[in-house]
Design a binder for this molecule. Sequence first.
Ligand SMILES: Cc1cc2nc3c(=O)[nH]c(=O)nc-3n(C[C@H](O)[C@H](O)[C@H](O)COP(=O)(O)OP(=O)(O)OC[C@H]3O[C@@H](n4cnc5c(N)ncnc54)[C@H](O)[C@@H]3O)c2cc1C
Length: 417
Amino acid sequence: MDFAFSQRSQKLQEQLHTFMAHYVVPRIRQHKEEIHAGNFPVSFMEELKQQAKAEGLWNLFLPALRDDEPGTRLSNLEYAPLAEIMGRVTWSSEVFNCNAPDTGNMELLHMFATAEQRQRWLEPMLNGDMRSAFCMTEPDVASSDATNITCSIIRDGNDYVINGRKWFSTNAAHPRCDFYIVMGKTNPDADSHTQQSMIIVPRDSVGVTVERNIETLNHQSPEGHCEIVFRHVRVPASNLLGEEGSGFALAQARLGPGRVHHCMRSIGAAELALELMTERCLERKSFGKYLFEHGSIAEWIAKSRIEIEQARLLVLKTAWMIDEVGTQAARKEIAMIKAVAPALHTTVVDRAIQIFGAMGLTNDTPLAEHYTWGRCLRIADGPDEVHLQSIARMEIKNAKQHLGRAAKYLTPSKRQA
Ligand SMILES: Cc1cc2nc3c(=O)[nH]c(=O)nc-3n(C[C@H](O)[C@H](O)[C@H](O)COP(=O)(O)OP(=O)(O)OC[C@H]3O[C@@H](n4cnc5c(N)ncnc54)[C@H](O)[C@@H]3O)c2cc1C
């Protein structure tokens, strides 16, 4: 294993740090005020995007870009520290065209789109001119098990007709969200993992209704986590992504690197929280001592540092494995880091909130927003428990293959032996 960052990645890290310090961090207040005033997308986003693009800080996440597609073609390992830097400001990934769920959708289109789909949907996304949502989760079924999905996608002549209700479709309230990738059932009688397909649905299709933007933890994200109804929505059959019945496999492919991007950003959020808590401890005293001189707070600082380092190493290992052996072979690492990083994110931010006292709960710090997002990540892209179950399954499978190997270390009494 070699996690050393290439010169290219190091140079981009410096450049990204500088960009964030000059153009993003000074606009945190303005961003908050504009969102509060209902001004979304914020007035400076397009300008920042153009600037990032001009500086080559664009599409940093997609290693397999073609020669004629804009971006840096960094490996996942090279990208990890860059995503970490973006993770410090929740809205900053969009500036560099690296925000979810567009990144996952771009990856999906990159792998499976036809030439026509590439031209119509992928190219504008790679250029930052179009945004998208991914619609898998449904309110009426346990959607962490994708085989439960009930939305129907029925072939009718040269079209497919879609009926279903989705929710938590991130980005769907964004005025530039022009299409959805919808997962549903085309083959309800097939084997449970080949019933599903994915299809591209233009936002302005007849029968699409965005019913609401759902608040999470009392927080409304301006780009939205929306509930959308599809009533007899008709789209051309050429909008199908991949083969009929390949939806489950496509979902797996989509979630590999995308899940790890969230984890990379979580490390950045936790690192910022640790910096904030240590600075606060250095300037504030209670009961005659600086806050860091209280044993419990010193322990939180130390534990936060240890846990961040542990999680960062697992993020890097996962990214490295995706690069070296591919998403499928790295699936245990992907599940492990998805179970670890959101928990780390919320734990460290929660400690920082406590250290800031009442101020930690206000919007005067970024902590409440980071906490909300970290907590959401323990459910989004699959709840913790599902990832833990996958890891346990892989461990048990491995144990079955080597049954008796560990038992050699046992020293039972002669009677039991
Ligand atoms: C902020 C946010 C953004 C999201 N964005 C999107 C999006 O863009 N597109 C999209 O399609 N979806 C999105 N989601 C939805 C998300 O992917 C689902 O909520 C998630 O997959 C869980 O599905 P569910 O809510 O139906 O929970 P359920 O499947 O009903 O599960 C409920 C709970 O049951 C428990 N559980 C389930 N399975 C197991 C198991 N095997 N072992 C032990 N316990 C288990 C877990 O505690 C789980 O939290 C988003 C969610 C959030 C919070």
